[in-house]
Design a binder for this molecule. Structure first.
Ligand code: PMP
Length: 398
């Protein structure tokens, strides 16, 4: 019999030369189980998705119930679908736009960024856009046009024109934003750059500059949203609000769902002259929305953003090996700085072999990523840290 691994390698498009190749049969809570019954403590959450852990009973129930009622009915926006409406109602209470919110559901983060790029052009009548160096906003043409990482984007040129880039936390760079700028795209806490939070003064100055120039501030909270940073939305740490908010990943509670969100007036431009300013067949899938509502209720009821802060404190306290002492990030977005990329890859690989699933970053080769489920408890963190300290002892001690 041909093994699953062989079929996987033969039939599924490979996007790396060295896939992890763990064969996972089931997942529960903070653990993944492979085909031999070996368990892995998940400190990655499928890259910041499974904040509720795996197999959350309320999410599963919502999926079961909705899938018995109906699956896909119609492209986005034509029929009143209760799961979409209920989710919007619950979410809007926590959004900066409150009842003036207008939510466009998508399938993914990239699609939400694409929608926001189009919305910014329509709403402002401008075409220039700005993004941050080392930003990651997704992998389709719009988001990669925002990226300055030439290694990942050069082969896909030509990209969208009129995109400028500035540096996070550089006040002088804010002069680049002018009355010609439609929007600036910012991950409130940068993800693939290595979990780098902004300085409050810079983010507030950026907000001010956007107000002065009529530029829309788009905050990408695909990774840092939904409680992961220690607040429900990361921008709440900085006392500012976005003009457009992007959600995905944990928003769908394990199902595919994204959104770009603004106030009603801004979003209204998509409905006229021409109509159908953005179209998606599956965006806002009823089963995804039902799961997302159950997930949001869990996050709110359990105040999981508070757990994120406890998680940060516990990892910082329990990672006692001196080689693991430089930890950046905020809440349950933690980045351990190691001497170089080689050490990072070796550390990640050895931790996985030892049963702790961690990962690296696209644009921060000297850092290792921890992004655990927000339900992880103290005992599980202690066990993870014990293993990571042991691995550090083995491979990071000269
Ligand atoms: N924005 C950020 C900050 C992300 O981290 C990602 C995905 N890693 C995206 C956008 C794109 O999301 P998706 O993969 O769902 O298209």
């Amino acid at each position: 019999m041909i093994s699953q691994k062989t079929l996987f390698l033969n039939l599924l498009a490979q996007t790396t030369q060295a896939p992890l190749l763990l064969e996972i049969e089931s997942a529960n809570g903070v653990y993944l189980y492979n085909n031999n019954g070996k368990k892995y403590l998940d400190l990655i959450s499928g890259i910041s998705v499974s904040s509720l852990g795996h197999g959350n009973i309320k999410v599963i129930k919502a999926i079961e119930e909705q899938s018995k009622k109906y699956l896909h009915l119609m492209v986005y926006g034509e029929l009143v679908q209760t799961p979409q409406v209920k989710l919007a109602e619950k979410l809007s209470a926590y959004l900066p736009f409150k009842e003036n919110s207008s939510i466009y559901y998508t399938n993914s983060g990239s699609e939400a960024i694409e929608g926001a790029m189009k919305l910014a052009k329509r709403a402002t009548g401008r075409s220039e856009m700005i993004a941050l160096n080392h930003a990651y906003h997704g992998s389709t043409h719009g988001p990669i046009s925002l990226s300055a990482e030439s290694y990942y984007t050069d082969f896909y040129r030509p990209l969208l024109p009129q995109i400028k880039r500035i540096n996070q936390n550089n006040l002088e760079d804010l002069q680049t934003i002018t009355t010609k700028t439609a929007a600036i795209f910012v991950e409130t806490i940068m993800g693939e750059a290595g979990y780098t939070p902004p300085e409050t003064a810079w983010l507030q100055a950026l907000r001010k500059k956007c107000d002065e120039t009529g530029t829309l501030l788009v905050l990408d909270e695909v990774q840092c949203g939904m409680g992961r940073s220690g607040r429900l939305f990361a921008f709440e740490h900085y006392d500012i609000k976005p003009d457009i908010l992007i959600l995905a990943k944990a928003f769908g509670a394990g199902m595919p769902l994204g959104a770009f969100i603004s106030d009603k007036k801004t979003m209204s431009v998509l409905s006229q002259n021409p109509i159908l300013g953005h179209i998606t067949t599956f965006g806002g899938h009823p089963v995804s929305c039902a799961a997302a509502l159950a997930g949001l209720e869990e996050i709110i009821q359990k105040k999981l953003w508070e757990n994120a802060l406890t998680i940060e404190a516990l990892f910082k306290r329990r990672l006692t090996h001196p080689a693991l002492s430089t930890i950046n990030g905020k809440g349950a977005m933690l980045a351990i700085e190691l001497p170089n990329q080689e050490k990072c890859l070796e550390f990640v690989q050895t931790c996985i072999e030892s049963g702790v699933l961690i990962d690296w970053f696209l644009y921060a080769p000297h850092k290792v990523r921890l992004s655990p489920p927000l339900i992880i408890n103290e005992e599980e963190i202690s066990m993870a840290c014990k293993i990571m300290n042991q691995v550090a002892d083995k491979i990071l001690t000269e």
